[in-house]
Design a protein around this ligand. Structure first.
Ligand code: ADP
Ligand code: MG
Length: 390
């Protein structure tokens, strides 16, 4: 363990009085935007779940020879998530409450307990042995992808059944054990109950309503006035929950739809599958929402984006000529990304049969219309995932 990490752990033990009575900090395993996560041994382990001890050899490796002789019981590892004190109390409460609600859900990392000392809150979760996504996504065979997504969709089915939107599905929040072909979904820091923010969205409007809104939109007004952009627009701009990670946001999030559903998580899963098939990570790079929409336009084309925007009462226009009207097939994108362009040096320009099956599934995930996008429960019944069992 590095010196800097040792110092950090020592400081944590010092400031969080009493933590070392129950936990022995071992290492720092994660540093995110909202928290620092440590691996620790739980010295007062009470039978919370045996299934979490994945690798016995790994476990005994951490024991000193003395404690190994002293007791026959193996140590129990936990992940201690130290939530930054800058996070709002409501937000911290929200994360803990949702985790508690999901405690019996398959493939969701359960909450063991939580503590507060002064303004510091920590959540204690069973430690889950996993590999870093960047170390394996390029080497995954399609058969490995089936297992990965079967596990991820099992978690999402349970979360969505409770009406909870995770909002931040991405590889670092799905801890996957490649040996066990099993993963757990973590990080409910941005999660919310579906329906928290339900107003002002055109998704559920009738066609007439939608037509009314569109004909009264900024675009319609500027067309009528003959100007290019409203200079003194007094209406308040639309606000919607945009929480999530760049590159993984669904079109409706980028379009500020205020009535977002669990299907936003399905789009993010689609981005993970696209990453694996194209061997590009991160696949989308844009820092802001407009650029992110344009990145999606590169693939799906202008026509699809215009239709998608209309679903949410927005108008999509671009004068950049390089975006094609019809976009490109996902097959073609994957072939390009993996250098199979069909020239002399790289003659193979077809996806293999298994990859084609994966692409069929991918189209159901990266569906621009959230109402048409596959659900987690449906995904588990899709031929692509059913084959994982064979
Ligand atoms: P943040 O909100 O800061 O992103 P996360 O809950 O995503 O916090 O945890 C950050 C990182 O810590 C994860 O990406 C993972 O590497 C590690 N981690 C979190 N929970 C566990 C756990 N139960 N077992 C093992 N590692 C974990
Ligand atoms: Mg995270």
């Amino acid at each position: 363990v590095e010196d800097a990490v040792q110092e950090d752990m020592a400081r944590f033990e010092e400031t969080f009085v009493g933590i070392n009575k129950r936990f022995r900090l071992i290492n720092r395993i994660g540093e995110g935007t909202f928290s620092t996560v440590y691996k620790a041994e739980d010295l007062e382990y009470k039978n919370y779940s045996n299934s979490w001890d994945i690798d016995e050899r790994e476990n005994t490796k951490w024991m000193s020879p003395r404690s190994r002789k002293q007791s026959s019981r193996k140590p129990h590892y936990v992940a201690i998530k130290k939530i930054y004190v800058t996070s709002s109390p409501i937000r911290i409460f929200n994360e803990l409450e949702l985790l508690y609600d999901l405690r019996d859900s398959d493939s969701v990392c359960p909450l063991i307990t939580a503590f507060r000392h002064l303004d510091q809150v920590v959540a204690v979760l069973p430690y889950f042995q996993h590999r870093d996504f960047r170390d394996y996504y390029r080497d995954m065979k399609v058969s490995d992808m089936r297992l990965y997504f079967r596990s991820l969709f099992t978690a999402l089915k349970a979360v969505h059944r409770k009406g909870i939107i995770h909002r931040d599905v991405k590889p670092t929040n799905f801890l996957y054990n490649t040996t066990q072909s099993r993963g757990v979904l973590v990080d409910f820091g941005l999660a919310e109950r579906q329906g928290t923010d339900w107003h002002n969205c055109a998704c559920d409007l009738t066609d007439e309503d939608r037509h009314y809104r569109i004909s009264h939109s900024v675009y319609a007004q500027t067309q009528a006035a003959g100007t290019s952009y409203p200079k003194n627009d007094t209406r308040s701009s639309r606000r919607a929950n945009r929480a999530g990670t760049r590159g993984f946001r669904a079109p409706e999030v980028l379009l500020k739809c205020t009535q977002q559903t669990c299907s936003i998580d399905i789009w993010s899963v689609g981005v993970i599958l696209l990453t694996m098939l194209s061997c590009r990570f991160p696949f989308f790079h844009s820092a802001d929402d407009i650029d992110a929409l344009l990145e999606i336009t590169t693939i799906f084309g202008r026509k699809k984006m215009r239709e998608t925007a209309l679903l949410h009462g927005q108008v999509f226009e671009t004068n950049v000529p390089s975006y094609s009207e019809g976009g490109h097939s996902l097959e073609k994108i994957i072939l390009w990304c993996t250098g199979r362009t069909g020239d002399k040096t790289m003659p193979k320009k077809e996806l293999d049969e298994e990859e084609k099956e994966a692409v069929q599934f991918l189209y159901r995930l990266l569906e621009c219309n959230p109402a048409k996008r596959i659900t987690a429960a449906e995904a588990l019944e899709h031929p692509f995932l059913l084959k994982a069992y064979e």
